[in-house]
Design a protein around this ligand. Sequence first.
Ligand code: NAD
Length: 431
Amino acid sequence: MARTDPHAVLLHKFADRSAHIAILGMGYVGLPLAVAFAEAGFTRVTGLDIDAGKLAALQRGESYVEDISAERVARIVGVNLFTSSDFDATLASADVAIICVPTPLNKTRDPDIRALTAASEAIARALHPGMLISLESTTYPGTTDELLRPMFEARGLRAGQDFFLVFSPERIDPGRKDFVVETTPKIVGGVSPACCEVGVALYRQAIRSVVAVSSSQAAEMSKLLENTFRAVNIALVNEIALMCDKLGIDVWEVIDAAATKPYGFMKFTPGPGVGGHCIPLDPHYLSWKLRTLNYNARFVQLADEINSGMPAYWVGKVQDALNEHEKAIKGSRVLVLGVAYKKDIDDVRESPALDIIELLRQKGARVSYHDPHVPRIDHGGVTLRSEPDLAAALDAADCVVVVTDHSAYDWPAIARQARLVVDTRRALPRA
Ligand SMILES: NC(=O)c1ccc[n+]([C@@H]2O[C@H](COP(=O)([O-])OP(=O)(O)OC[C@H]3O[C@@H](n4cnc5c(N)ncnc54)[C@H](O)[C@@H]3O)[C@@H](O)[C@H]2O)c1
């Protein structure tokens, strides 16, 4: 094959690590990915972002993502990891553009793809033969082929021949140590077989196991299956917890018993609801797409209803517990322990703790919080700061609500010190 063939040229540049990789969006997904490619030996990885503060932090050798240490950033920044806010100049020389921008919901809980469109438009302006574009942001099935492909082909180049286009879902699980970017199998689906082949060739350089699927739609749907699976199973176990509560049965004993079955059962645990940028949002991308086809995604709807009802359920439990102690919730001091959406991370996006705090405040409680990972939260026009002295905060609280079971907490000590505890995670010793 001639070396001018865009396909062959790209594969060669991946093999010798000379391909210039541009990553659009340097957040929880983009930064670890950029670090993985730089550490795999690519000589030029450029992080693009509209947030000048993040770029400046990286240039100073700092990290704002807990899983990536500042030492790792400092070792590669200015060596083979670079940052830029000049999208046009960077993308003009990029062989690869990877999109890792947010895909949130708007006020009516429909997909808000403005960041995705803006990033894709920037790539389209700079599109040149021999470029690979990979979309990693979670989105509805059809986005890569129906939205991005026409945007790029409008430049007069053909996908699969002149440039290559894939969807490769990001599976990173913040806080997880056993599976990181390099060791989590990566799915790649192209808008053509040649696109898939080029996409697989890129990711193989940095990720141990790469799984090719037949289309970008299959790759998009696989990500939505994974996260809808989690949302539905968490909702199921939350509903089992509500049922057990009514029946006077200890749901945790039931779950532990069921989990002794060596096959056909996967353990999920109940809690305060779901949070983060994925589980509460992604299934809505699926149901939105299906609504355009006159199909009602019933499991998604039901799971959302149950999971988003959990904060109110737990606030009811706080009210009942205070009532048992002859106290009204109004005026009581309630300390929320942990506000991150899950243990050992600093992310409060969509965290059920925010809803719990808001509902408690609406009922007149005097709410404070403590979280070793989250120094401050701004929500609903209110700013709260983590209590500086946990022991003093426990002493002062009429009721403590355990929302996030961070490993840093000494649960037996908390159990001894707190007057009254409502534990949404079974973090405290059972007795
Ligand atoms: N956080 C996770 O655990 C996780 C896991 C799997 C998939 N995802 C998906 O990955 C995507 C990114 O999520 P995240 O958690 O990294 O978000 P994030 O908010 O942490 O990071 C996104 C970054 O994109 C930047 N940005 C916004 N618009 C941009 C633009 N037009 N051009 C360039 N940069 C832009 C933002 O400034 C931000 O730094 C989402 O689709 C999300 O659903 C996230």
